[in-house]
Design a protein around this ligand. Structure first.
Ligand SMILES: Nc1nc2c(ncn2[C@@H]2O[C@H](COP(=O)(O)OP(=O)(O)OP(=O)(O)O)[C@@H](O)[C@H]2O)c(=O)[nH]1
Length: 388
């Protein structure tokens, strides 16, 4: 049987190691409440240290501070979970909860059984609330990770309630609490394991979010949010193979800002970047969900239109041309007139055709649009052989 004080000190050490591990793991990305979670572990470690060293010697003041700190660590955890979901816990909740837990504890001085009962119910309720917050988090977390976090809060909550009930039933609550009997050891060790598991769950939640962000970064262009060329190639090859198998049309449009060098020279590179970003938004507004906008590089974009035949793509390209030319873009209060040239190519019914061939043809069409005076759409391979 393990001595309760030993368990408490093991818990302090575990919290400190967890805090340091999460801090190292976070690197410089201490965002979305991770820092608050780490703070909660340090606050809990200090509360439990006081409890282990002084509280068990029944020092009335030390134990009040200890439970107040543990309550504070739980409101910090609530704040950390809410921050992960993009919400804020009002600051007053921390001090209000500290007072709401510490004050009754002070008033119950001398009645150890009532204190254990009160702390068990208070902490059990707060842990159940943490489980509820995690359940409602509007974040893409895997089921396993969410389950681990919710399960650990729920188990810890149940064990706190069990300890409260145990204290009520004990003939001598103080002895019942500190005596290393089987009930104490099991409930304490179980609660300890659950609190440890909750930190693992939170660590995994952050890792999953970081992984998703890295995957997004690898597929999207950071300036415009459009797909990058590499991810386009993977998707386009797949889409083209599918279109060929199902004898369905597929078109692409390549578009490029006219005289962008002059715009860049006149307004500067930073404004140029803003223009590229704005152009992506204008083009996106003309597309459907299944269409794919890709930044090919610089001020050149490609749009893939699955299931759209050549003539349909020409209509879309015309709409984009008009939307860009109709109003000047406004950057930093400056009105900058803008036009684009567009080249369209569509998948042919017969013959093997790679995505590179399709791009080469759209590029050729774009060059013709530039040659013919810019601010226009030119289409290639729109003859009878086009899949429709
Ligand atoms: N601001 C900014 N400028 C870029 C970026 N990438 C390329 N450019 C600039 O875009 C310009 C591209 O010019 P070109 O494609 O050669 O020609 P253009 O002036 O657009 O003329 P046409 O395409 O023939 O109408 C160059 O001045 C590049 O420096 C970028 O990411 N940001």
């Amino acid at each position: 049987m393990i001595d309760l004080r030993t368990l408490l000190l093991a818990m302090v050490l575990t919290d400190l190691i967890l805090a340091v591990s999460l801090w190292i793991g976070a690197g410089r990305g201490m965002r979305d409440g991770l820092g608050t979670w780490i703070a909660s572990l340090l606050v809990r470690a200090s509360g439990v240290t006081i409890f282990a060293l002084d509280g068990l010697a029944a020092d009335p003041n030390a134990i009040v501070l200890a439970v107040g700190l543990v309550a504070f660590s739980m409101t910090l955890q609530a704040a950390a979970l809410l921050a992960f979901g993009g919400r804020r816990l009002p600051t007053w909740v921390h001090s209000a909860t500290f007072a709401a837990v510490a004050m009754p504890f002070l008033l119950l001085s001398g009645d150890f059984g009532a204190r254990v009962l009160f702390a068990g119910v208070a902490f059990g309720t707060m842990l159940a609330m943490l489980a509820g917050i995690t359940l409602q988090l509007q974040a893409p977390i895997s089921r396993g990770t969410r389950g681990l976090a919710i399960g650990s809060f729920a188990v810890a909550s149940i064990l706190f309630f069990l300890r409260a009930v145990g204290a009520v039933w004990s003939v001598d609550p103080l002895m019942g609490f500190i005596e290393p009997n089987l009930f104490q050891t099991l409930t304490f060790a179980g609660g300890f394991a659950a609190l440890l598991a909750s930190s693992s769950g939170v660590g995994l939640m952050h890792k999953e979010r970081a992984d998703a962000a890295a995957a997004r970064l690898a597929t999207l262009d950071p300036l415009t949010g459009a797909y990058n060329r590499r991810s386009f190639h993977e998707t386009a090859e797949r889409e083209l193979a599918r279109a060929r198998r199902a004898a369905q049309p597929l078109s692409i449009i390549i578009l490029d800002i006219d005289h962008f060098k002059a715009v860049n020279d006149k307004h500067g590179h930073k404004v140029g970047d803003e223009i590229i970003k704005t152009l992506a938004d204008i083009v996106r507004a003309q597309l459907r969900k299944e269409d794919m906008l890709v930044r090919f590089g610089g001020e050149e974009f490609c749009v893939m239109l699955p299931q759209v035949p050549g003539p349909g793509a020409v209509v879309v390209a015309g709409r984009i041309r008009k939307a860009v030319a109709s109003d000047p873009v406004i950057i930093d209060g400056r009105e900058i007139p803008l036009t684009v040239s567009l080249g369209v190519a569509a998948r042919l019914d017969e013959g093997p055709e790679s995505i590179d061939e399709l791009i080469a043809r759209a590029d050729q069409a774009l060059a013709m649009a530039k040659e013919r005076g810019r601010n226009r759409v030119v289409a290639l391979s729109l003859g009878r052989s086009i899949a429709a």
